[in-house]
Ligand binder design. Sequence first.
Ligand code: NDP
Ligand code: 2IT
Length: 449
Amino acid sequence: MAIEDAYLKEVYSDLAKRNGDQPEFLQAVEEVLETLEPLIGRHPEYRQAGLVERIVEPERIISFRVTWMDDGGRVRVNRGYRVQFNSAIGPYKGGIRFHPSVNLSILKFLGFEQIFKNSLTGLPIGGGKGGSDFDPKGKSDNEIMRFCQSFMIELERHIGPDTDVPAGDIGVSRREVGYMYGQYRRIRNDATGVFTGKAVVCGGSLARTEATGYGLCYYTDEMLKADGKSFEGKEIVISGSGNVATYACQKATELGGRVIAMSDSDGYVIDQNGIDYRTVKAIKEERRERIKAYAERIEGAEYHEGCRGIWTVPCDIALPCATQNELDGPSAETLVKNGVIAVAEGANMPCSPDAIARFQGSGVLFGPAKAANAGGVATSALEMSQNSQRLAWSFEEVDGRLKGIMSEIYRTSAAAAKEYGMEGNLVAGANIAGFKKVAEAMLWQGIGL
Ligand code: NDP
Ligand code: 2IT
């Protein structure tokens, strides 16, 4: 697919000129714009209001220095960012990523995707993303704490429960959220719960830890059911072994599938008996070891070096849950040749454009990230509601709502694709449905936002 409409083409080429050094951001924008033509065709007022050129420009970007001291007493400096992309439908909402690869291109792509994902949840949350090029791997607990506290010394003045509500992402889990939230509370003398993904004892929501992985499987289940299929008896490959991947493994297994491979950035493990998510959780979440340890601990499991090799493992369903562009065209080709029937994105933008084209062109069911992984942020919004009410809901209550939200996201996206003449194209459906709500909210609020 390519951008055909003259207005959309002009917006994109102007953006590409000004952001030539941001390939991930341009990739995310191009994927959205190439599906919007039928919507823009029916709404000339969007063009008159300059909506598309406004939506691709972040409302605000904050970039700051983070100085901290390592255990050896050496002063270290990292870069911190928050991209406050769009607040037309609610406070900026989105995770914080700590990974050496973090830069503005990555955070702008993530923030841009977040706008439409958050819109699709049906809840009042705008889009944002933040992070740092800090590498948490190999750091002591004290170093992590000092870094998080230093990061928050600057970020605290830019966020608030009705302004911008951060959460976790790669390299940021309950531990890091706890240190950042603690620092925010100390500085601001304010316990309104500005972060989501907090530990339950600090005001976090039950089921938030599980929500992205569970939500991914609820969405995938809807997609399979609409095609007369299910998880029952299927072999599943899940990349990554972090928060999203671990709970996707648990839910896919509960829904009757068998997860036969998982990975980290070093390599992947195969366990034909079905990967036990509790072992993965103990290795990665509790001990912070490498996925290789799974094969050392479980009889019959094998370890292979190199993370991309995971896509050569024949499977029925593939759930990429690690990072952007981890599944390229040749990997998609291999999956299709090996008979994959469904692919749903747990990570953000894990499939390259040619991989998506390959799946869609081969009749493989394809669930895009902004719909399929929206369960995490949706549950974050439920955490915000609980904090505002000063109440805590049960696991079943939150999980039940999450399930309802994921079914609704599937239904809304499928209906939008059909309404705009692209039936079955869930990428187009998610983009159109997510974009339309934000566009309407911006129109209501006049020019200037
Ligand atoms: P975690 O930090 O818990 O886990 C990340 C996993 O991905 C690890 O197994 C990591 O391996 C692997 N990984 C990270 N970078 C790379 C890389 N460059 N190449 C190969 N593997 C890599 O993060 P999450 O599980 O939270 O996030 C995973 C994905 O899901 C991200 O794209 C994130 O944006 C997305 N997401 C997360 C949500 C959440 O609620 N947490 C919500 C929606 C989307 P290693 O340990 O070797 O680094
Ligand atoms: O990409 C994402 O949706 C997240 N990392 C979760 C964001 C959130 O605010 O819960």
